[in-house]
Write a protein that binds this ligand. Structure first.
Ligand code: DGL
Length: 274
């Protein structure tokens, strides 16, 4: 297999919150980001559709030379990762890798919560899949988990309304709903990669003593550790510090929204998935 960049995939802009943290921790690597903005949101779609869209994206990133793809999307990690790893990868190329972001986030949870009561804010798809409670139970059976689906939050971000007044209503409503389910929660995981873009508002409506966890830092730590444990994959990932961006929607709109994540000028190209 020829070496290439690490592929990062999300349904839209959300994965940029993960990419920026990974790049901070692994600046020497090359990255190729793909946002399926034309078909976002994924969070309200069925298992079959999320799997089909995600596997198209993964195959595209493989065809473009990525030896490894990170699903920087909780919904895709919850609904498509296992099938891609177990059914598709052995047929496509058993040496390639696809990794999700739910397990890496959960791994660090034991050190973060003191009350052992944790809340998850995520898309309807991720909440319905029960992926977070299942993963948390495997590693930390003493932690109580409550979840709240926030179906309006991704559309607010994708439509550039994250800082608008309308967003306050929906942010507050879902935080209040979550805390009404368990008043002992001391840690809230933002279990959707779009949500850090709403961080200021989320923080404003969350009581001060509650920690709000963004995944990017933990995914970066976990990927750094993965590369150390898998030198055979590390040598297949090129190191030039570059970052290319692909979107299935308008290049200009993507550039406008994505530029907040970059210090440098960005090049965005459009791509069709099928
Ligand atoms: N950003 C994605 C996630 O982490 C999905 C958002 C969506 O398309 O609904 O779940």
């Amino acid at each position: 297999m020829k070496p290439g960049p690490i592929g990062i995939f999300d349904s839209g802009y959300g994965g940029l919150t993960i990419l920026s943290q990974i790049r901070e921790q692994m600046p020497e690597y090359d990255f190729l980001y793909l946002g399926d903005n034309a078909r976002t949101p994924y969070g309200t779609r069925s298992f079959e559709v999320v799997y089909e869209f995600t596997s198209q994206a993964v195959k595209t990133l493989f065809d473009m030379g990525c030896p490894m793809v990170i699903l920087a999307c909780n919904t895709a990690s919850a609904k498509a990762l296992r099938t891609i790893q177990q059914v598709d990868l052995p047929k496509i190329d058993p040496c390639k890798r696809v990794l999700g972001i739910i397990r890496p986030t959960v791994e660090y949870l034991g050190d973060i919560t003191t009350s052992r009561h944790v809340g998850i804010l995520a898309t309807s798809g991720t909440i319905k899949s029960q992926s977070y409670p299942l993963e948390i139970r495997k590693l930390f059976p003493d932690i109580t988990v409550s979840g709240e689906a926030c179906p309006m939050w991704v559309p607010l971000v994708e439509n550039g309304e994250a800082n608008g007044e309308g967003a306050d209503y929906f942010v507050r409503r879902h935080i209040d709903n979550l805390l009404a389910k368990d008043d002992k929660i001391d840690t809230i995981i933002l279990g959707c990669t779009h949500y850090p873009i709403l961080y200021d508002k989320i923080r404003r409506y969350t009581p001060e003593h509650i920690k709000v966890v963004m995944q990017g830092e933990y995914v970066g730590r976990s990927l750094t550790d993965y590369m150390r444990r898998h030198p055979e994959m590390d040598t297949l990932c090129t190191k030039g510090g570059t970052c290319s961006l692909l979107t299935t929607e308008s290049v200009d709109i993507f550039k406008q929204h994505a530029s907040i994540f970059f210090d440098e000028d960005i090049q965005v190209h459009s791509i069709a998935l099928k």
